[in-house]
Structure formats: structure tokens, C-alpha cells
Ligand binder design. Structure first.
Ligand code: CTP
Ligand code: MG
Length: 227
């Protein structure tokens, strides 16, 4: 079963505060956009990659990708993450019935074995995500007031790429849009339908680069030769 990837890179990077979308920021001289596309390409089962970028950065993204990860399709994203994912889905070949991966450009160091594992799990079960156990104790709060403590044993942090058989993702997205629901990841749209989503083991290296601290961590990772 063929596997295609949607690489979402159309966010504004507000929390990074760099004044431009973070996919275009560089770690050790290479943009997150290119690094994450290369990480996907390094997984043997990944065929084509559709990169979703801000509408005003289409040409820049094409130039960057053509130079180092040739063959990517580049399309314009939307206001919410799910609008960007939808734009990527709309760019999938007509009649494609394989596995679709949705990956954050903000996770440039995802190991190929995580990509392979999540794709294989989706092939078998329809939907899969990489997840890691939580290390902090998680509180339920209202403003500054602690309302309770969640059972950490029942919680996991979701990463990407999230993987779905195309029919599952299309159905889930169709329903989320029809119901005017905002989802924070693709899994959430599938969970709403009551369909199973399975977890595979994620990776600490697949940390999402959100703040300037994360970017420093990423620089160190590359400098130390662990990228
Ligand atoms: N994303 C996207 N389109 C959007 C919003 C997010 O393609 N409208 C992508 C981002 O580019 C990123 C991934 O979704 O690769 C995860 O989102 P996040 O880490 O929140 O990135 P940003 O939205 O860019 O950052 P912020 O929320 O700080 O503005
Ligand atoms: Mg965001």
C-alpha cells in the first residue's frame, strides 16, 4: 500500500517570535522545512510529499525544496492547521487509497523508524499516531487554581507524523468540517467518529520546535552529531 506525506508548514510561528513562519528558520544552516522533508524522504515507504506553506511563501518554499528534496508538490495552506491539512488532502492524487501521513514541519528530527512504524500501524488499523509518556505530573487548572490531578498512567503526548488510510482521514475531515469543529490534530477528527487510533512509540528527538529554547536545543542536537 503506497504512502504519501502531507508536510504542514503554513503556521505563523507566533510563539517562536522570529517575525516569520518557523518553517523558514534554519538550524545549523538548514531550514526546518527542508530538514523535515528530508526526514520524511529518509523513510523507505514514503513516496510523494506535499508541502503546505503560507500562500506568500510558495515560491520561496519551492526554491528551497527543489534544491535538496526534489519532487515535492508545494501548495498554499490556510488559517488553522486543519485548513492546511485539508489543502494537502485536496492535492492528493485522485483515487489514491493508500496511507496518508501528516507531519509537522516543526518536528524536523523525526527518526525514519518512527515514520515506518506509524505508517505500518495505519495500514493495519486505519489510523495511528506516535506518542510518548508524560514525565511531568499534569494538573487540571482554572486560572491559577488547581482543580485536580490527572492520572499520568492514562495520558500520553501525541507527536507526528500521524498516519491514516486515506478513506479514514477523508471521512473524518469531512465530518469535522461539516460539523464546524476545530481539531488540534488529525487523530481527534478520527476519534470523533469512534474509529480506532493506535499508538506507536514516539521519540524524544521528534520534539516540536515551538519556542526559542526549542531552537537552541535543536542547534545543540545537530552540533553534537545526534540529528
Ligand atoms: N500549521 C499549518 N497551518 C496552520 C497552523 C499550523 O500548516 N494554519 C503547521 C505549522 O507550520 C507547524 C505545525 O502545523 O509545522 C504545528 O503547529 P505549531 O507548532 O502550532 O506551529 P505554528 O502555528 O506555526 O506556531 P504558533 O502556534 O506558535 O503560531
Ligand atoms: Mg499553532
Amino acid at each position: 500500500m503506497e504512502t504519501l506525506a502531507i508536510l504542514v508548514a503554513a503556521g505563523r510561528g507566533e510563539r517562536m517570535g522570529a517575525g516569520r513562519p518557523k518553517a523558514f528558520l534554519a538550524v545549523a544552516g538548514q531550514t526546518l522545512l527542508v530538514r523535515s522533508a528530508r526526514a520524511l524522504r529518509a523513510a523507505p515507504s514514503v513516496g510523494a510529499i506535499v508541502a503546505v506553506v503560507p500562500a506568500d511563501a510558495l515560491e520561496e518554499a519551492r526554491g528551497l525544496l527543489d534544491a535538496s528534496v526534489p519532487g515535492c508538490v508545494v501548495v498554499a495552506g490556510g488559517g488553522r492547521r486543519q485548513d492546511s491539512v485539508k489543502a494537502g488532502l485536496d492535492a492528493m492524487p485522485e483515487g489514491f487509497e493508500g496511507v496518508v501521513l501528516v507531519h509537522d514541519a516543526a518536528r524536523p528530527f523525526v527518526p525514519a523508524d518512527v515514520v515506518e512504524a506509524v505508517a505500518a500501524a495505519a495500514r493495519e488499523h486505519g489510523a495511528a499516531i506516535p506518542a510518548v509518556p508524560l514525565t511531568d505530573t499534569v494538573k487540571e487548572v482554572q486560572g491559577a487554581r488547581v482543580m485536580g490531578t490527572l492520572d499520568r498512567g492514562r495520558l500520553a503526548a501525541a507527536q507526528t507524523p500521524q498516519a491514516f488510510r486515506r478513506d479514514v482521514l477523508s471521512r473524518a475531515y469531512g465530518r469535522a468540517f461539516a460539523d464546524s469543529i476545530t481539531v488540534t490534530d488529525e487523530s481527534m477528527a478520527v476519534e470523533r467518529l469512534g474509529l480506532p487510533v493506535v499508538c506507536v512509540e514516539g521519540s524524544a528527538r521528534s520534539r516540536k520546535l515551538t519556542t526559542p529554547d526549542d531552537l537552541e536545543w535543536a542547534e545543540r542536537l545537530v552540533q553534537d552529531g545526534n540529528a
